[in-house]
Design a protein around this ligand. Structure first.
Ligand code: ACM
Length: 278
């Protein structure tokens, strides 16, 4: 018998359990970083796991040759294969960052995998600092994937600094923004609640910890403080600035589907795009 939904919204799941794993990646040692992730989620039961930007390679590249050695095609590379296998084993969706090779071009990318395999790839739009030396600004645009656990959009780290990133994802229907990060500036943790409030979305920011100082480069200390933020600007969980930890929160997707503030105001319908500058 065919079961029809009375309202389209009823067809969708209402709740999701989301989480992040915050840890200190070891530069250049993918196997060690994979093992660390696998161990962290061994007993976890999650719908969506978000891992940091460049979680398996480390962050501070010092030459294009190093990028070429560690970057991988998507979805054919070992990192996407690891994530796909883990998604299948654990029955969960994963968003995680990696350096992507496409021909002679390198992108700072993040993939979405699920129990049925590879789903999609986002290429970071706004490159930060020395990423500009080695990577090409992303050409994928902001994308939202409609999955059985909810509508998932991706932005990567510094993309948060541009309100257009989260806004575009929300306008495209994202209910949860997965945000793999390697944050070094202090501003993101207190800013994401506003991004979530103004767009009525959840965000899972998965940052890393530790310091990298490779060759003669300046040291980069990653600020941790990964967090899950709600459409009501609440910080549902936040990690410390130097702890390795898996944290989770229950997400009520009906909150991100409802853009109404009160009976007169709807955050999206009230927009006056004709007065905004692009
Ligand atoms: C950053 O975009 N990794 C700060």
């Amino acid at each position: 018998m065919k079961i029809l939904c009375r309202a389209a919204a009823e067809c969708y799941r209402r709740n999701m359990k989301a989480g992040f794993f915050q840890f200190n990646s070891t530069f250049g040692n993918k196997q060690k970083n994979f093992d660390n992730v696998r161990k962290a989620v061994r007993f976890a039961s999650l719908d969506l796991l978000v891992l940091p930007e460049f979680f398996a390679t480390g962050y501070q590249f010092t030459s294009k040759e190093e990028v070429a050695q560690l970057a991988e095609p998507v979805p054919a590379g070992e990192t996407t294969e690891f994530l796909t296998a883990l998604s299948q084993e654990k029955g969960m969706y994963i968003v995680a960052g990696l350096p992507e090779r496409s021909g002679d071009t390198f992108y700072n990318s993040a993939v979405l995998t699920g129990p049925d395999g590879f789903i999609g790839c986002y290429r970071k739009t706004h490159l930060f600092y020395e990423e500009n030396l080695f990577f090409t600004p992303g050409d994928s645009g902001f994308q939202v994937w409609d999955t059985p656990i909810g509508k998932i959009g991706i932005m990567i780290c510094f993309d948060w600094f541009f309100p257009e990133s989260a806004r575009t994802l929300a306008l495209k229907g994202a209910e949860v923004i997965a945000h793999p990060s390697n944050l070094v500036l202090p501003y993101c943790p207190q800013s994401m609640p506003v991004r979530c409030l103004e767009n009525r979305v959840y965000a899972v920011t998965a940052n890393r910890i530790g310091t990298e100082q490779r060759k003669q480069s300046e040291p980069l200390t990653f600020i941790g403080q990964s967090q899950i933020t709600s459409p009501k600007a609440e910080i549902l969980v936040r990690a410390g600035s130097d702890e390795e930890i898996l944290m989770t929160a229950d997400i009520d997707l009906s909150l991100s589907r409802d853009k109404k503030l009160n009976q007169y105001n709807d955050l999206f319908k009230d927009r006056r795009a004709e007065f905004y500058q692009s």
